[in-house]
Design a protein around this ligand. Structure first.
Ligand code: RFL
Ligand code: PHB
Length: 389
């Protein structure tokens, strides 16, 4: 088997890259460790920046996004029972779209299938070979048989636990990391959201987030201990704890119901540098992780593959390596700014076990500054809607 670009991973990064390349006439094969159904069952992000929706429109995968995505012109930040609206539209002229990552993935998979492009699901033991030379190869097994793919370039879009970053030559990679001493317990339920806009709430008992997938489907999160077990959280316990952490108005509007998904995610900030090793390029969660508080992970995956697709397309059109040489630097410049914002939102809104009274007052002062200063709200808003590419 031979292709131009071997893409490892069929998450949003790999699928969007495949579609951007296809629109420019560049071939790809996607290798995915899991089954299609498994990939589609993962409940993750919900907030898309304008840049991300523009990319989906560019590849012609926006029909359902336009019909079903919910445009949000603002959101609220709560602290100590007070709530402050961040008017994204007024502060930046832009808004965000609430549309589940699962739906983005489903739409991109459908477009890939309609175009007759190859995705190999349940590819086991994927390994990357010879990417330091001109003829990289990828090996895997499926149904007990060994397979081999020759390609010009490999795009490592296989998430934080993937094989691509782990294949970088020893000593070539520098990593930067902060692991937060807590996680998020998330619940998806077919109940109307408690508010038509998202609410991020910093409370003495810990952070809470009210989000949604549609007017009839809610997504809620609460901060929990990093060693917490999901089995210990009955639906009732979750709803009680959520209401405790919201301001009285929001709490009164919470409609409870049986959860259809419940899971715990750890929180981490992580960046690997550089993003290129010969003919292997990293993009998305394979290269970096942000805590979900800023809603940036999926959006960063999209901006990475925007830069990478431009560089690969330029390479095939003009035989110029300039874009490929610049990829790591261009992508990392935007990644670090999103890392900063996600870390700042996380630091502002969570309860840290070792936090003293002074640090709590610092969080409160930051919140009051947001209430009183349009400049502070503008800074938050321009990061939330997404910094320019
Ligand atoms: P993914 O989605 O992890 O996809 C990687 C794919 O690679 C496959 N894979 C392999 N395939 C072949 N061989 C191997 N050895 C492989 N190893 C792994 C995996 O099976 C998978 O299919 O990475 P990608 O494409 O970079 O996308 C990143 C996003 O998924 C992630 O950043 C976001 O979900 C983060 N995130 C959010 N981002 C936002 O922009 N807005 C949000 O509102 C938001 N909320 C969230 C989030 C992430 C969360 N969790 C669970 C971590 C909320 C949560 C709770
Ligand atoms: C979500 O709806 O899953 C969501 C929304 C905003 C975030 C994180 C997750 O910051």
């Amino acid at each position: 088997m031979r292709t131009q670009v071997a893409i490892i991973g069929s998450g949003p990064a790999g699928l969007l890259l495949g579609q951007l390349l296809h629109r420019a006439g560049v071939e790809s094969v996607i290798l995915e460790r899991r089954s299609k159904d498994y990939v589609l069952s993962r409940i993750r992000a919900g907030v898309l920046e304008q840049g991300t929706t523009d990319l989906l429109s560019k590849v012609g995968v926006d029909a359902r996004l336009k019909a079903e995505g919910l445009p949000h012109e603002g959101f609220a930040i709560g602290f100590a029972n007070r709530r402050q609206r961040i008017d994204l539209k007024d502060l930046t002229g832009q808004c965000v779209t609430v549309y589940g990552q699962t739906e983005v993935t489903r739409d991109l998979m459908a477009a890939r299938e309609a175009a007759g492009l190859t995705t190999v699901y349940e590819a086991e033991g994927v390994s990357l070979d010879a990417f330091d030379g001109a003829s990289p190869r990828v090996h895997w097994t499926k149904d007990g048989r060994a397979h081999d793919l020759a390609c010009d370039f490999i795009a490592g879009c296989d998430g934080f636990h993937g094989v691509s970053r782990a294949s970088a030559p020893a000593g070539a990679l520098e990593t930067f990391e902060r692991v937060y001493p807590f996680g998020w317990l998330g619940v998806l339920a077919d109940v109307p959201p408690c508010s038509h806009e998202l609410i991020y709430a910093g409370h003495d008992r810990g952070f809470a987030l009210c989000s949604m997938r549609s007017p009839t489907r809610s997504r809620y999160y609460i901060q929990c201990g990093s060693d917490e077990r999901v089995e210990n959280w009955s639906d009732d316990r979750f709803w009680d704890e959520l209401r405790h952490r919201l301001d009285p108005d929001a709490a009164a509007n919470v409609v409870t119901g049986p959860s259809i998904e419940k899971s715990i995610a750890p929180l981490r900030s992580f960046v690997a540098e550089p993003l290129r090793f010969g003919r292997l390029f990293l993009a998305g969660d394979a290269a970096h992780i942000v805590p979900p508080t800023g809603a940036k992970g999926l959006n960063l995956a999209a901006s990475d593959v925007h830069y990478l697709s431009e560089a690969l397309i330029e390479r095939y059109a003009d035989r110029s390596e300039a874009g490929l040489d610049a990829y790591s630097g261009r992508a990392l410049a935007r990644i670090w700014k999103s890392e900063r914002f996600s870390w700042w939102m996380t630091s502002l809104l969570h309860r840290f076990a070792d936090q003293n009274a002074f640090e709590r007052r610092m969080q409160e002062a930051e919140f009051i500054y947001l209430e009183e200063s349009r400049a502070a709200r503008t800074s938050l808003a321009e990061n939330y809607v997404g910094l320019p590419y």
